[in-house]
Ligand binder design. Structure first.
Ligand SMILES: [Fe+2]
Ligand SMILES: [Fe+2]
Length: 295
């Protein structure tokens, strides 16, 4: 069956990240978005949404993807919004990869929640987007495979190759959506995820991130949105494709937009853990980004 790709007419969309199954925060973020940008009905979520089931959750919620997804789906439906997920490492990849895809190749997690496969190209207001989910869990040694850690979190060489093949067939893109950030963002900006980690965990994380970087270098977007590092920042970087990554590629400039995690107000009392800026609105045609106050 030939599948068509997602094409949305919206000129403004929300971009959010890292809700970690926090129903209270998710509903509040949607309310703040509704108040500030009543025209926006599409949320692009860059991962660690909190897709379950998590241990003990299925029995309690009776929902295939856990109670949080069920609650979020109802909250989105009440507001007439739809959420599209670029999944993170704290999303249940076993459940995601077992889900059927619709005629656009999207996995349905509810009436109002869809997840992109890896990679996935879509268009919004005529602009092109590429989504590449996944990231390394740096605390995986404390987690249990299939319970609260999933092998599918890894971005592999096959995923990077698929991006390169897509770009070779259909060209570079305007926007890039990923959970992990591409390589050139200095590690010091994202330090709470890398401080004091064992060398093999750093190597694992670096390898996964290098595959995201490889895809990004091929896709040459003007703007990146990512989560995972729980830090809201904007940074102009230069992409430098190597001969190995992209033989014909010239350097390109790109604006990286990192998003904070849930709880940007109630977590700011924790020293060194100040991460406001969990939801922004993107004007797709101008690439202008506007913060949502209180989210
Ligand atoms: Fe996260
Ligand atoms: Fe993450």
């Amino acid at each position: 069956m030939t599948k068509t790709s997602l094409a949305l007419p919206d000129t403004r969309v929300a971009v959010a990240g890292d809700w970690h199954g926090d129903t209270w925060w998710a509903k509040r973020a949607l309310d703040r978005l509704d108040d500030a940008a009543p025209d926006v009905r599409t949320v692009l979520h860059v991962g660690d949404l909190g897709v379950g089931p998590w241990p003990g959750e299925t029995a309690r919620s009776g929902h295939r993807f856990g109670g949080f997804v069920a609650d979020l789906d109802r909250a989105l439906d009440r507001r007439g919004m739809t959420l599209y997920l670029t999944a993170g490492n704290h999303d249940n990849w076993d459940a995601l990869e077992a889900a059927a895809t619709d005629d656009r190749g999207l996995r349905a997690l509810g009436e109002r929640i869809r997840c992109f496969p890896r990679p996935y190209r879509l268009s919004i207001a005529g602009r092109s987007f590429l989504s590449l989910g996944g990231a390394a869990s740096v605390d995986l040694m404390r987690r249990r495979p299939g319970r609260d850690w999933w092998f599918g979190e890894q971005v592999t060489e096959a995923h990077a190759q698929a991006v390169e093949d897509d770009v070779a067939a259909r060209g570079v893109v305007d926007y890039w959506l990923s959970h992990e950030t591409p390589g050139p963002v200095p590690g010091g900006r994202l330090n709470h995820h890398v401080r004091g980690l064992a060398p093999d965990i750093v190597a694992y994380s670096d390898h996964v991130r290098s595959q995201v970087t490889r895809g990004w270098l091929a896709a040459r977007p003007s703007v990146v949105f990512h989560g995972h590092h729980h830090a809201r920042y904007t940074l102009e970087v230069t992409g430098q494709p190597s001969a190995e990554d992209a033989p014909t590629g010239e350097p390109f400039t790109c604006r990286i937009e990192g998003l904070g995690k849930e709880g940007s107000e109630y977590a700011t009392s924790t020293p060194g853990y100040d991460h406001p800026g969990n939801v922004v609105v993107l004007d797709v045609e101008t690439a202008e980004v506007t913060a949502i106050h209180g989210a």
